[in-house]
Design a protein around this ligand. Structure first.
Ligand code: HAM
Length: 434
């Protein structure tokens, strides 16, 4: 027999991990509800062209990391797993004519994304993103709303020391002349620029600024900065975004080298980092404005901005900071366990527990065939408050209800059981402030 393992770069989220993720998702949902972002779900795979055109052919995400789905012989369409949700959401915007909805349209989604990345801590081939998008508003106020929302999410999740790195990468008016200056700069140093970077120089010079190659990092320190080449409209937009952030005291740092890894961005670009995270350069999240993306994917031009926050990285940082609460086995203790004197009588336990569950109680029948003592031991271990014990009294329509915490026990009519237990559980919860 082969030993099967989760594919390289993927992880099983066991109950304790999954419970932590669910906690983060609950925070994200609570915030987006309050900020007026409505849920959207798009397929985890799309036509590959949605990503190629939307994210850009000359990006790592498309060139190296796209999980392509081999087409079946009878299908011409090439598909790929989504490496991020923005392109798919914009595809949906165009397909469903959302430009006719009241503007702006605020949307949010949470789910797994797929990138054929080189796996390492915090970098996986399947990872989770909390994403928000606001379409139809050119900003700048909504840019600040989104940046503040992401910052608040980290605060609510308990991540300490999150800082926004902020830049403007200009628009169609000012970027071309900046790119020309950048290409000139690299050409003057062509001898020093490593081969892979040189290959990208003509096709996508902005990507060179994003390089992690130490030689490029050194060269880039002297590269022209886009903030020095912004047109008047982009400069005014950028100043207004900062003024809005200042007004709500979101801490940010201007990062002229921040260009983002996807091609659809214009103007506002930002990433979230934990300051002074030992040896870590990984962004916890990032986003920006994409005013040309709707048109690129075939729609009437409409502006947009959003972010994607990596939940795996949030969980990792919480662990590093000692903030990962012990979620235990990930299942809350049952209110009630149902046990019986007859080890073989699983039907009676199953029937009573099913009735209690139908009445809204967290009831857990012991479905094994072990002795009553063992069943009660397991109930205490699971942290149950009450045990319903089925014995001889059942013939007369009664059962024993034991309060496992108080050690008391009394006879209750089966017909009254759900009501009595419901009341007891409610008063117990009230008493413990749960
Ligand atoms: P991104 O910067 O490519 O942006 O990804 C956003 C976040 O996803 C990253 O900051 C990181 O936390 C997480 N992430 C990315 N790749 C991985 C990986 N391999 N393993 C674990 N986490 C990862 C976007 O995806 C844009 N769609 C954001 C956006 C939304 N822009 C506008 N709207």
């Amino acid at each position: 027999m082969p030993t099967f393992r989760a594919p390289r770069g993927t992880r099983d989220l066991l109950p304790a991990d999954a419970a932590r993720f669910q906690g983060l998702i609950a925070i994200a949902r609570d915030l987006t509800d309050r900020y007026g972002y409505r849920p959207i779900e798009t397929p985890v795979f799309e036509q590959a062209a949605v990503f190629e055109r939307g994210i850009g052919e000359v990006t790592d995400v498309v060139e190296k990391e796209l999980f392509r789905i081999a087409p079946r012989t009878d299908e011409a369409e090439a598909w790929a797993l989504r490496p991020e949700p923005t392109a798919g959401i914009v595809r949906a915007w165009v397909q469903h004519g959302m430009q006719t909805w009241p503007q702006p349209v605020r949307l949010t989604t949470i789910g797994p994304m797929f990138r054929y990345d080189r796996p390492q801590a915090g970098r996986y081939r399947q990872f989770w993103q909390f994403d928000v998008e606001a379409l139809g508003d050119p900003g700048p106020a909504i840019d600040a709303e989104i940046i503040e929302l992401g910052h608040r999410f980290y605060g609510r999740a308990g991540v300490a020391g999150v800082e926004v790195h902020l830049n403007s990468i200009g628009d169609a008016a000012c970027r071309p002349s900046y790119l020309a200056a950048l290409v000139d700069f690299y050409r003057e140093r062509a001898g020093a620029v490593p081969g892979p970077a040189r290959a990208r120089l003509e096709r996508n010079p902005l990507r060179l600024l994003d390089s992690k190659d130490p030689t490029m990092v050194a060269i880039n320190a002297g590269a022209p900065r886009i903030v020095d080449h912004l047109c008047a409209a982009c400069a005014a937009h950028f100043a207004a975004v900062r003024a809005h952030l200042d007004a709500v005291h979101v801490p940010y740092r201007l990062e002229p080298g921040l260009v983002r890894g996807l091609d659809y961005y214009s103007r506002t670009a930002f990433e979230y980092y934990v300051t002074a995270r030992e040896g870590q350069q990984q962004a916890l999240g990032g986003g920006g404005r994409y005013d040309g993306l709707v048109e690129l994917l075939g729609g009437r031009p409409a502006p947009g901005i959003g972010f994607g926050l990596g939940l795996d990285r949030v969980a990792l940082v919480l662990e590093e900071q000692g903030m990962a609460d012990d979620a235990g086995p990930g299942v809350p203790a049952p209110d009630v366990v149902v046990v019986s004197a007859d080890p073989a009588d699983t039907i009676a336990r199953f029937v009573v527990a099913t009735r209690l569950r139908g009445a809204g109680l967290a009831a857990q029948p012991d479905l094994g065939q072990r002795k009553l003592g063992r069943q009660l031991e397991a109930a205490a271990r699971d942290g149950a408050h009450f045990a319903v014990i089925l014995g001889d009294e059942l013939a007369g329509g009664h059962v024993q209800v034991r309060d496992l915490k108080a050690g008391s026990q009394r006879l209750v009519a089966v017909d009254d059981l759900a009501r009595e237990l419901g009341r007891a559980v409610a008063s117990h919860r009230h008493g413990t402030g749960e």
